[in-house]
Design a protein around this ligand. Structure first.
Ligand SMILES: Cc1ncc(C[n+]2csc(CCOP(=O)(O)OP(=O)(O)O)c2C)c(N)n1
Ligand code: SF4
Ligand SMILES: [Mg+2]
Length: 296
């Protein structure tokens, strides 16, 4: 053993620990699941953002990814299936000072929650949506979901998916999102940077993170383990910042276009609402009272 290793102090803690509820460990995720990697990136983004963490809230829906809110050392809300975005919308409107992050899975956000997603993007609601896309409904057994590519074998498509899937980044752009990016759990630096960027960006922001589910997706599709997933991402990903989102559809084994695709500014919902109310009611309009979270 080298002396350098022996020099590491025994009481050294992992730098992401302050961002996690360590009393809730061990977490429920399987070995080599990608969700933990995204959480690590998020913790690093929170740290580098220098935001007051008493003013950051995280909202999840249901699913393996939905567990993230429970582990984050923030004001956390684990809401019902598909309802993270409307919950986050209410939170933001009642306390505009909060930075509200929605952290959920592809099934939660785009099947039962799909309607909420497109309307929050249309309104340019000032919330940040991070979607961990493992291309399946993992928690319930690996069924076909709206983001599962054709030809994939799933619990409900034993002969291969034949229905077309959503291109999530294209949908986000078309619905009006201010910021749209896609990375994989192989691109940890870019992902942490994108997360930090959206924490400082106004409007509806969307980050899709392709993340392996070795237990239910990889295994059924003979795609190996977590390490094989990283090799696959490395091999097939192509960074194309600014690429038209219409060219970013995913297939079972084809190219994965990653990068920042959209970064634009337009008034958000609260700005438009406040403007109209001031125009119409003048001094009679009382802006929402800001409730400050207690310290600690
Ligand atoms: C109203 C309702 N319908 C269905 C379910 C069952 N359910 C729980 S998690 C889940 C799938 C979640 O998939 P995804 O959002 O992709 O998360 P993952 O587990 O893949 O991270 C489903 C269908 C539920 N809890 N509530
Ligand atoms: S079932 Fe899949 S997504 Fe869920 S914790 Fe296990 S590996 Fe992760
Ligand atoms: Mg999923």
């Amino acid at each position: 053993m080298s002396e350098a290793i022996l020099d590491i102090p025994l009481d050294m803690t992992n730098p992401v620990e302050p961002f996690l509820r360590m009393d809730r460990m061990p977490h429920i995720w399987c070995p080599a699941c990608g969700i933990g990697t995204t959480v690590n990136c998020f913790a690093r983004a929170l740290e580098s953002s220098k935001l007051n963490l008493n003013k950051v809230a995280i909202v999840s829906g249901i699913g393996c990814t939905g567990r993230v809110a429970g582990y984050a050392n923030l004001d956390s809300f684990h809401t019902t299936h598909g309802r993270a975005i409307p919950f986050a919308t209410g939170l933001k409107l009642s306390n505009p000072e909060l930075q509200v992050v929605v952290y959920s899975g592809d099934g939660d956000l785009f099947a039962i929650g799909g309607n909420h997603f497109i309307h929050a993007a249309r309104r340019n609601m000032d919330i940040k949506v991070i979607c961990v896309n493992n291309l399946t409904y993992a928690m319930t057994g690996g069924q076909t979901g709206p983001a599962t590519p054709t030809e994939v074998i799933s619990a409900t498509s034993p002969y291969g998916v034949f229905e077309p899937s959503f291109n999530l980044v294209q949908m986000a752009e078309a619905a009006g999102a201010s910021y749209v990016a896609r990375w994989t759990t192989y691109h940890v630096k870019q992902l942490a940077r994108a997360m930090e960027e959206v924490l400082h960006k106004k409007g509806f922001c969307f980050i899709e993170v392709l993340s392996p589910c070795p237990t239910l997706y990889q295994r059924r599709n003979k795609m190996g383990d977590g390490l094989d997933a990283m090799k696959f991402y490395k091999q097939v990903s192509k960074v194309r910042n600014g690429a038209p989102t219409s060219e970013c559809a995913l297939t079972r084994a084809g190219e994965i276009v990653v990068g920042k695709f959209v970064d634009r500014d337009r008034p958000d919902y609260l700005e438009l609402l406040t403007h109209q109310m001031h125009e119409t009611l003048g001094d009679r309009y009382a802006t929402p009272e800001v409730t400050t979270c207690s310290e600690g």
